[in-house]
Design a protein around this ligand. Structure first.
Ligand SMILES: [Zn+2]
Length: 300
């Protein structure tokens, strides 16, 4: 499935890049023709280029089909109009958007899998490459033993922590992978304490948590004070460079379903982190919603 999907996307991108590359090449205008389709009879035979078939209609057609697919997908994904228009015009001017998208789709599908209040992981999902965090020689600290992440995320955490250390900041991982059964316990406990409505606001239902992907980390204090700490500020400025993305930004509860969690980051990989930043204003939720609908619409 993946190979044929990637081939299809690659072809789409190639066609689109060619269309984009051809556009700036000026047509050889016959000054006497003044926009007229047929050159004057006197110049026939000397203006050989005018006799080449005009491929621009076919190009425009490909581009139109692609653009309408893109705009429809952006709309269905709930991307705000201004953002969608910017993406649409960016995609039309250069192959940047589609190639950026393709480089994300080539990665592990769980890096871009939409896991939110309305989209769960496959039933009973547990990652196969979990590794324990901490140990000697790592540059971050752990709040307790036994925290786990998928290998790639653990390596990216260490890489980011080395960079933070160089800036005099120590990152602390306080919570990471949570299994499905653990989530059942936590969720039931919160429902008992606070009621279901509050529990749904503060926590994820079992199967709907980014922590179950083995790619999400809660840093530091796991409360609002984290934003003002050196680590919180450092991560706001630098996490994206190491492939980490803030999942629940301030003021977007209506979109993400969660209040601002300055401490909760998801490892998405460098390509997707940059895609989120470049095209979706740094809002992970929009990028993941878009990719989710893109995959559905492109039949993969
Ligand atoms: Zn979290």
């Amino acid at each position: 499935m993946c190979a044929s999907k990637n081939r299809l996307f690659f072809l789409l991108a190639l066609i689109f890049s060619l269309a984009a590359c051809r556009r700036p090449v000026p047509r050889f205008n016959n000054p006497n023709a003044a926009g007229n389709e047929s050159p004057p009879a006197s110049s026939a035979g000397t203006e050989g280029r005018d006799s080449l078939p005009d491929l621009s209609a076919g190009e425009n057609n490909t581009e139109e089909i692609f653009n309408s697919f893109l705009m429809k997908t952006l709309d269905e994904a709930g991307i705000p109009k201004s953002m969608a228009e910017r993406i649409g015009s960016g995609a039309a001017e250069s192959p940047g958007f589609i190639l950026d998208l393709l480089s994300c789709l080539e990665g592990d599908p769980y890096l871009y899998r939409l896991v939110d209040k309305g989209h769960s992981l496959p039933e009973g999902y547990a990652p196969e490459d979990l590794v324990e965090l901490g140990g000697s020689g790592v540059s971050y600290t752990v709040r307790r033993k036994g925290l786990m992440l998928r290998r790639a995320a653990a390596e990216a955490l260490e890489e980011m922590s080395v960079a933070a250390r160089a800036d005099g900041v120590t990152l602390q991982a306080s919570s990471a992978y949570r299994s499905y059964t653990y989530q059942v316990e936590v969720y039931n406990r919160i429902v008992n304490e606070m009621g279901q409505e509050a529990a749904d606001r503060e926590s994820a239902r079992p199967g709907y948590s980014q922590h179950q992907t083995g790619l999400a980390v809660d840093f530091g204090s796991i409360d609002d004070s984290f934003a003002q700490t050196a680590a919180g500020r450092w991560m706001t400025a630098n996490a994206g460079r190491y492939g980490w993305s803030l999942s629940f930004p301030e003021g977007l509860e209506g979109l993400t379903g969660y209040r601002w969690e300055s401490w909760h980051y998801r490892y998405v990989g460098r390509e997707l982190a940059s895609f989120i930043e470049t095209w979706f204003g740094g809002i992970q939720q929009y990028a993941l919603q878009f990719i989710h609908v893109w995959e559905k619409n492109s039949g993969s």
